[in-house]
Design a protein around this ligand. Sequence first.
Ligand code: C5P
Length: 221
Amino acid sequence: DERINIAIDGPAGAGKSTVARSVAEALGYIYIDTGAMYRAVTWSAREAGLNVEDDQAVTDLARELEITLAPGPDGQVVLLNGQDITDKIRSRDVNLHVSRVAANDAVRLLLVEMQRKLAADKGVVMDGRDIGSHVLPNAELKIYLTASVQERALRRFRESGDASGITLEQMEREIEERDRKDMERAISPLIRAEGAILLDSTGIPAGEVVSQIVTLGSKKL
Ligand code: C5P
């Protein structure tokens, strides 16, 4: 086969989705944002008034959800049972609760199964936290993309405008807290997978990171 799978993992705000989307575009591959899936379950649970600590209730809800990632005019559109929730899942409320939902093993099992199916035919660029280590351990190219916490917070801060109503310092603290939870959880924590290439994007334009990954990918063909 002429196509490979590319796994891109790393902490929040490292630029994974921007980079992964561009890499997919450059190679004619499909981009899959797995964080959006955890966010969709979290948004739906909060919307339904569930306690995200209630693993059973969140799992029961997740089993009923149909999550679709579809290409849209400005990147990926996230549909939940047909409803467009692309913008809703980027809220501060979701940011604050998603790590707890992502620590729910039954929810992870459901989403990982979907993710593996989506990548079964290769030609996929998938970003997340456990892609290289757990979801696609046989991915031909694995990247661990990071940047300083200051830069990651600044990127997220600029993206959110003043919509979130929090300061840059608070954004930095919340990002650090989310990373800590994602790295310390028992099931599929964020780690640099074996064989993953470390890329630190601090001070490096996204376009440059994209071409590095595309070059690395072409060597794997
Ligand atoms: O990538 P993003 O910041 O949108 O991910 C949101 C959250 O989803 C992460 O903080 C993490 O808790 C969870 N996640 C995960 N495993 C993945 C992708 C995301 O646990 N593969």
